[in-house]
Design a protein around this ligand. Structure first.
Ligand SMILES: O=C(O)CCC(=O)C(=O)O
Ligand SMILES: [Fe+2]
Length: 376
């Protein structure tokens, strides 16, 4: 069936309408090959849920083996019994929901469009991209401490800044414990990955996906891999995080687990393992029944950290030609994405032109011929 599109221009502010329009604006409608293939609630349990109870003692070897297997398979696993205070997690999600429920003007006081470091933005699609993501987000640059610019941290709801600070600190602790296990899983010393990150960066991104009138035509967040070392994702029980390991042909929806963090390996982690551990290829889908909240904590190396395999096994060649900095790795990734976005935009415009030419032809009334010409 042909998609039903609203003709409103994407230049019109769309915040208040994201959840109230009956049909999707054209700027959110994805090409067929990018649309969701699996429902937001068709949960799969293939991504293992690993308890971290006993991580510094009796269960370390078992945890390490399960983490290694999951990273070789999907680049994703979930952790429970992780030591992050559940009351803090509850406060974080409650206050995040309160923020997104504020009037648009309050959120736009922290508008980060135009390249500002941190704050609120709608969709956050790449420069030049033809299709927008169905999401709002707010970002906090939280580590290193010198990167904290409190003027870019929303000050409403009142308690949120303090809660984000505590959350960032506890997640940094969890990330360091996980990097220790991951280093060992790569056959390295426990401190190897943390050392490779130099002074670790942390960025917290709170994603809010409003309910959507036509979720089958769009994505909350398009397919991507995270650039950093690992990402710790807290998702509510609605579901919508999807992963693929065959380039987008087949997808699974990660089963939400109460209180768990989903751990995604990013590009940096992938390269350091010499490609043995996958950089999780993932996206977020939306639904028409309710909104969804997820909080992604990105643990990235410092911009000047070197990206190069640390764990090259016998008989393997390094997956990178030469050591590069993380800043350069990120620049190349963005350049590739922008190039791809440009090509997709051109293909989309071509297709729209062909469609409108075909429509004109269909409706063109054939010139009538004199009867004797037809009969001749
Ligand atoms: O919301 C989700 O499930 C995914 C979020 C994500 O992948 C990201 O923020 O990078
Ligand atoms: Fe992601």
């Amino acid at each position: 069936m042909a998609p039903v599109m609203s003709s409103a221009s994407s230049a019109v502010p769309f915040l208040p309408t994201m959840s109230s329009e009956a049909t999707l604006r054209a700027s959110f409608v994805r090409e067929e090959d990018e649309r969701p293939k699996v429902a937001h609630d068709a949960f799969s349990d293939v991504v293992p849920v690993v308890s971290l109870e006993g991580i510094d003692g009796a269960r370390r070897a078992e945890i390490r083996a399960r983490v290694a297997a999951a990273c070789e398979d999907w680049g994703i696993f979930q952790v429970v019994d992780h030591g992050v205070d559940p009351a803090l997690v509850a406060d974080m999600t409650r206050l995040a929901r309160e923020f997104f429920a504020l009037p648009p003007a309050d959120k736009l006081r922290f508008d980060m469009s135009g390249g500002k470091k941190g704050g609120f933005i709608v969709s956050s699609h790449l420069q030049g991209e033809a299709v927008q993501d169905w999401r709002e987000m707010v970002t906090y640059f939280s580590y290193p401490l010198k990167a904290r610019d409190y003027s870019r941290w929303p000050d409403k709801p009142a308690a949120w800044r303090a809660v984000v600070e505590q959350y960032s600190e506890q997640l940094m602790g969890l990330a360091c414990r996980l990097l220790g296990v991951l280093s060992e899983a790569m056959g390295l010393e426990m401190g190897a990955l943390a050392e490779a990150c130099v002074d670790m960066d942390q960025k917290v991104v709170v994603n809010f996906y409003p309910k959507c009138p036509q979720p089958d035509l769009t994505l909350g967040l398009k397919r991507h891999t995270d650039p950093g070392t690992i990402t710790l994702l807290l998702q509510d029980l609605v579901g919508g995080l999807q992963a693929t390991r065959d380039g987008g042909n087949t997808w699974i929806t990660v089963q939400p687990v109460e209180g768990a963090f989903v751990v995604n390996l990013g590009d940096h982690g992938h390269y350091l393992s010499n490609g043995r551990f996958k950089n999780a290829d993932h996206q977020a889908v939306v639904n028409s029944e309710c909104s969804r909240l997820s909080i992604a904590t990105f643990q990235n190396p410092a911009p000047e950290a070197t990206v190069y395999p640390l764990a090259v096994r016998d008989g393997e060649a390094p997956v990178l030609d030469e050591p590069i900095t993380f800043a350069e790795m990120y620049r190349r990734k963005m350049a590739r994405d922008i190039e791809l976005a440009k090509l997709k935009k051109i293909a989309r415009a071509d297709k729209q032109q062909q469609q409108s030419a075909a429509n004109k032809q269909e409706f063109a009334v054939p010139k009538s011929k004199p009867l004797d010409e037809i009969l001749a």
